[in-house]
Design a binder for this molecule. Structure first.
Ligand code: HEC
Ligand code: HEC
Ligand code: HEC
Ligand code: HEC
Length: 441
């Protein structure tokens, strides 16, 4: 993405955000800001401007702004905060919990993925977790929040397989409504399934299952307002309500907006973010030590200098490509020590004989020939007699190791290949005499 594009995008994102402040001339009875799954996305990777949305430090700023504009706003989360990879995301998950604490949510639903380290981890985390259909007493079954003369009762009902009978939930919601609260149920279900599970009688607001990143359009089902939160923390939504004397919704205003890099990082989370980076750095060094001890014998990777001895033409083309500065870009982002980034910006990270860190394996920094063609020592030492490791892979498969999801949202094989294309039919002349004309691939 060019600087020009980035500027345009930032401007566009700014327009989206400013809409929220423009549309607030009306008076509302109740305001709720809500977020959906975070799925372990503590921060966006920043690989592309389109994908550079969300992150806890920016979210804290947005929520602070909402609270400043209206101190009576309720802030809730449908849960699903943690990353699913128990071992490799341990540090990140710990920091997500700490960061969310500083944002001061009113209530957060417990989803299965949040239980990755068991009940104790969550209940010790001191976040306002709610899990309505859990028979043990680990989590509150609901949370009543009173503010600005209004009451909100938050319920979270995940895992219907375990406890199919929703009668107790309905009774509790009915009770909350009779006591003058507006009821919110985070269900984690598709609307169709939710209709089978619950009578909507005492549900004022129903949060259904997140379906990808953006938030869904809200809809009224009878007297219930159905909302579909987004996932991965890239967007936020703000809901403003007018209510009748039975606390039924008479009117609402719903705004969804992206959280782009034009949103400043919250200063109160600076220390937290620095601590996070320090912790992953320490962990990175620890892993490097282990890898060093394991490093015996010769690596199956050679690094590009060896390849270019026979493939000068490919090397010349590669030098001009973005791949040749992939590691430098990580250094610029101060992320050359984060395993979650290094894996796609170097050769063979986490693999035997692959990149460890820059001082130990400088020859394997950047996206190189062997990132795509696979470990090439045997091929090089056999002077091309032995095919490269990935010689049977399709072009698309090669790119898909790294160009996916938010890391490369506008990836398109034809236009991208054009930018890095190197001769594909010119190796015949290199072929050893024994293999001339043979069906090598
Ligand atoms: C000593 C010379 C030499 C070196 C060093 C060398 N190659 Fe080759 N390479 C060849 C020859 C010869 C062929 C042609 C083989 C054929 O087409 O029959 C070839 C073909 C290839 C091909 C196409 C066929 C295949 O097996 O996929 C790729 C890709 C390739 N080389 C990548 C690399 C990479 C990556 C490196 C560094 C790890 C490397 N080469 C190092 C000589 C070399
Ligand atoms: C799954 C592989 C993958 C991971 C993991 C990954 N990246 Fe990237 N990164 C890419 C790809 C692919 C691109 C090129 C995207 C494009 O232009 O389509 C890229 C591009 C970048 C760029 C260049 C942006 C520019 O404007 O030139 C930076 C900086 C970057 N990544 C930083 C990071 C950081 C920091 C992390 C970790 C938080 C990370 N990457 C994790 C694959 C990855
Ligand atoms: C970003 C991935 C990528 C990188 C980096 C890369 N290549 Fe390739 N290369 C490919 C793909 C994909 C093809 C096959 C194109 C096709 O589908 O025909 C290819 C084709 C080749 C071929 C021709 C294969 C044939 O069939 O004749 C050679 C030789 C080669 N690459 C060598 C290299 C060398 C040497 C480097 C490093 C200087 C390098 N490549 C870097 C992806 C890459
Ligand atoms: C090992 C991971 C990896 C693989 C495999 C990979 N790339 Fe990349 N690619 C990256 C990274 C990282 C960047 C960003 C480099 C930077 O700017 O820092 C990138 C950038 C690019 C860019 C520049 C994008 C721009 O904004 O101009 C193109 C084009 C590209 N890749 C094409 C390909 C193609 C085509 C393939 C498959 C043949 C491929 N890449 C395979 C990691 C990879």
């Amino acid at each position: 993405m060019t600087t020009h594009h980035k500027l345009l995008f930032a401007l566009f994102a700014l327009l989206l955000t400013s809409q929220v402040t423009l549309a607030t001339t009306e008076t509302w009875d109740l305001e709720i800001a809500y977020t959906g799954n975070l799925n372990g996305e503590l921060e966006p990777c920043g690989c592309t401007a389109e994908g550079d949305l969300g992150g806890i430090t920016r979210r804290a700023t947005v929520i602070e702004q909402i609270r400043t504009a209206n101190p009576d706003a309720f802030i809730i989360s449908a849960g699903g905060l943690l990353g699913a990879n128990e071992a490799s995301e341990q540090i990140k998950n710990r920091f997500i919990v700490e960061g969310m604490k500083q944002i001061n949510y009113d209530a957060i639903g417990v989803q299965w993925r949040d239980l990755i380290y068991g009940n104790a981890f969550l209940s010790n985390s001191k976040l306002p977790w709610v899990w309505s259909n859990r028979s043990d007493q680990q989590f509150p079954k609901n949370k009543l929040i009173e503010r600005g003369g209004r009451k909100v009762a938050f319920f979270a009902w995940y895992d219907p397989e375990k406890e199919k009978n929703s009668a107790a939930l309905e009774a509790a919601m009915q009770q909350a409504k009779s006591a003058g609260a507006i009821t919110i149920l985070a269900s984690g279900q598709r609307l169709k399934k939710a209709k089978k599970l619950f009578s909507f009688e005492s549900i004022d607001i129903l949060l259904v299952k997140a379906r990808g990143e953006p938030y869904g359009e809200p809809q009224m089902v009878g007297k219930t307002l159905v909302l579909q939160p987004g996932s991965r923390g890239m967007y936020m939504a703000q809901l403003k309500l007018n209510l009748d004397q039975n606390n039924h919704i008479t009117k609402f205003d719903h705004q969804t907006y992206a959280i782009p890099s034009t949103v400043a990082d919250a200063p109160q989370l600076k220390q937290w973010y620095d601590d996070y980076n320090d912790a992953v750095k320490v962990d990175f060094k620890r892993r490097a030590e282990i890898a060093k001890k394991r490093l015996t014998g010769t690596s199956p990777y050679t690094g590009i200098t060896i390849c270019s001895a026979c493939h000068q033409q490919q090397h010349e083309i590669w030098k001009q490509s973005e791949h040749a500065k992939a590691y430098e870009d990580l250094i610029m982002a101060d992320k050359a020590f984060d395993p979650a980034c290094v894996v796609c910006h170097t050769v063979g990270f986490n693999k035997e004989g692959g990149f460890i860190d820059h001082p130990l394996t400088p020859e394997l920094a950047n996206v190189q020939c062997e990132s795509c063609h696979g470990a090439g020592r045997k091929h090089a030492e056999s002077k091309g007699e032995m095919a490269t490791t990935n010689h049977t892979w399709k072009r698309e498969e090669i790119c898909a190791q790294c160009h996916y999801h938010e890391h490369s949202p506008s990836f398109d094989i034809d236009s991208y290949w054009k930018k890095i294309a190197h001769p594909t039919d010119k190796t015949e002349h290199l072929r050893p005499p024994s293999r001339k004309g043979s069906d090598y691939r």
